[in-house]
Design a protein around this ligand. Structure first.
Ligand SMILES: Nc1nc2c(ncn2[C@@H]2O[C@H](COP(=O)(O)OP(=O)(O)OP(=O)(O)O)[C@@H](O)[C@H]2O)c(=O)[nH]1
Ligand SMILES: [Mg+2]
Length: 430
């Protein structure tokens, strides 16, 4: 089973249902009032974090999620039903990025946390709402808004409290096995561990616990893709504490420097994490070598602890140090949460451009081409009954400041205004 922890999916919110264009019909009544109901809301797509799923693999086989369309409104003021939302369960620790902009859409770090990733469109309003004293029989209704559609890149980063980093063969998996309930593969060759493994470490009375992540070994040049690369550092990018596992017998100071260099090139903030050094395989060297390694490593400013994962020496002290150094989870989360994209809808800026045309009578005509400002989008919602809605729309646009904007740039009474092909005459009423 391949370890899939990056996955691209497409999410499509449902379209809103269309508003209804209908008139009341009753016996003995020639012409009733407008009674078109509103369309229902399109379904929204959510991501929800669940515990107990360790990989995004579960989502495989389905790459596209599309919510339903809201029902259309009907006569007699009946509103269409809203479509149902879709909830996609993902493992805790999943971050969703907009695949096109790269922005964080959702960062789910706590079980049960939910986030909208594709909004369903609002339903269109029925013709009943457009009636007024001067417009008693509106022959138009709104079309439902389209649902939001986007591609998401999902990335799972295990949320471990402590991460083990070290060269291949340094003894990371041995340490994980010695400290936790996990049973990783251990072998005398490099790159035994190919995907991250999590274990739970408990204190003596089993009152306090933390999770420990063992990741594949890192070598110098990993940031350029050497070895297994730095792909896996993603999993420790959110651990609160790092443990550098270093083999005492192999030039420890150089190894630490190389490891830190690789971490830095992946994400410089990793070096700001709380950290300590576990000087492993202490059983393989004599005191003099151990002493020298310890002195050299201490120059880094990090605490150094001698251990032997194989002979299980120094492990209690190490465990105690880990519990002590582990930063408080709440405080840590506050400063390390990823900033999610805001829900602000960006409307293109209003642009008014004057063009000259020759009309049917051979007269020159001034035409203002209107783009942006959200006016075209509004127009689209009446596409089905544009002619009937024209008068209502020009009134609406006027209230929304379009006429003022036109006046400011020099529009004159009698000019033509063109919005996405729909045209009406500009009046200067003041
Ligand atoms: N003598 C001795 N050998 C050890 C010690 N810790 C680990 N080893 C041995 O070192 C070898 C590598 O151990 P692993 O735990 O697989 O090392 P790793 O860092 O997980 O290696 P990769 O997964 O390849 O990155 C194994 O043969 C272990 O038995 C130790 O404290 N003393
Ligand atoms: Mg290993």
């Amino acid at each position: 089973m391949a370890f899939r922890d990056v996955l691209e999916i497409e999410v499509i919110g449902g379209n809103g249902g269309d508003g209804s264009m209908s008139f009341h019909r009753a016996k003995y009544m020639a012409k009733g009032g407008p009674d078109g109901g509103h369309g229902g809301k399109g379904g929204t797509i959510w991501l929800r974090a669940v515990e107990g799923v360790e990989s995004l693999e579960r989502l495989l086989g389905r790459r596209k999620f599309k919510a339903g369309t809201g029902n259309g409104g009907e006569g007699r003021l009946r509103n269409g039903a809203d479509a149902e939302d879709i909830i996609i369960d993902v493992p805790v620790g999943t971050t969703a990025f907009d695949a096109d902009t790269g922005k964080v859409v959702a960062d789910l770090t706590v079980a049960g946390q939910m986030k909208v990733v594709a909004k369903g469109g609002a339903g269109g309003r029925g013709n009943s709402v457009f009636a007024s004293s001067t417009r008693q029989a509106p022959r138009f209704a709104e079309i439902g808004v389209r649902g939001q559609r986007r591609r998401l890149r999902l990335e799972l980063r295990l949320i471990a409290d402590v991460g083990l980093v070290g060269y291949p063969n340094a003894g990371k998996s041995s340490l994980l096995a010695a400290l936790s309930n996990a049973n990783p593969m251990i072998a005398a060759y490099p790159f035994t561990t190919l995907s991250p493994i999590l274990g739970v470490v408990s204190d003596k009375n089993d009152t306090e616990r933390f999770t420990l992540a063992d990741i594949p070994g890192i070598i110098e040049g990993a940031s350029e893709g050497k070895g297994l690369g730095l792909e896996f550092l993603r999993h420790i990018s959110r651990t609160r504490l790092l443990v550098y596992v270093i083999d005492v017998a192999v030039d420890p100071a150089r190894e630490l420097e190389a490891l830190q260099g690789e971490l830095r090139s992946y994400d410089p903030t990793l070096l700001e994490s709380a950290a300590l050094i576990a000087l492993n395989k202490i059983d393989t060297v004599d005191e003099e070598v151990a002493q020298q390694a310890e002195t050299e490593l201490a120059l880094s400013g990090l605490p150094v602890l001698r251990i032997s994962a194989a002979e299980r020496t120094g492990l209690e002290t190490l465990k105690q140090a880990l519990f002590e150094l582990l930063p408080n989870r709440e405080l840590w989360s506050q400063t390390h949460a990823l900033e999610e994209e805001s829900d602000v809808v960006v409307v293109a800026p209003l642009n008014l451009e004057l063009t000259q045309e020759i009309n049917r009578d051979g007269e020159p005509e001034r035409v203002w081409i209107v783009t942006g400002g959200g006016f075209e989008e509004k127009l689209e919602r009446f596409a089905r009954h544009l002619e009937d809605a024209a008068e209502y729309l020009s009134g609406l646009f006027k209230r929304q400041g379009l006429y003022n904007a036109l006046r400011r740039v020099g529009a004159q009474a009698g000019d033509t205004v063109d919005i996405g092909g729909m045209r009406f005459e500009y009046f200067d009423e003041d």
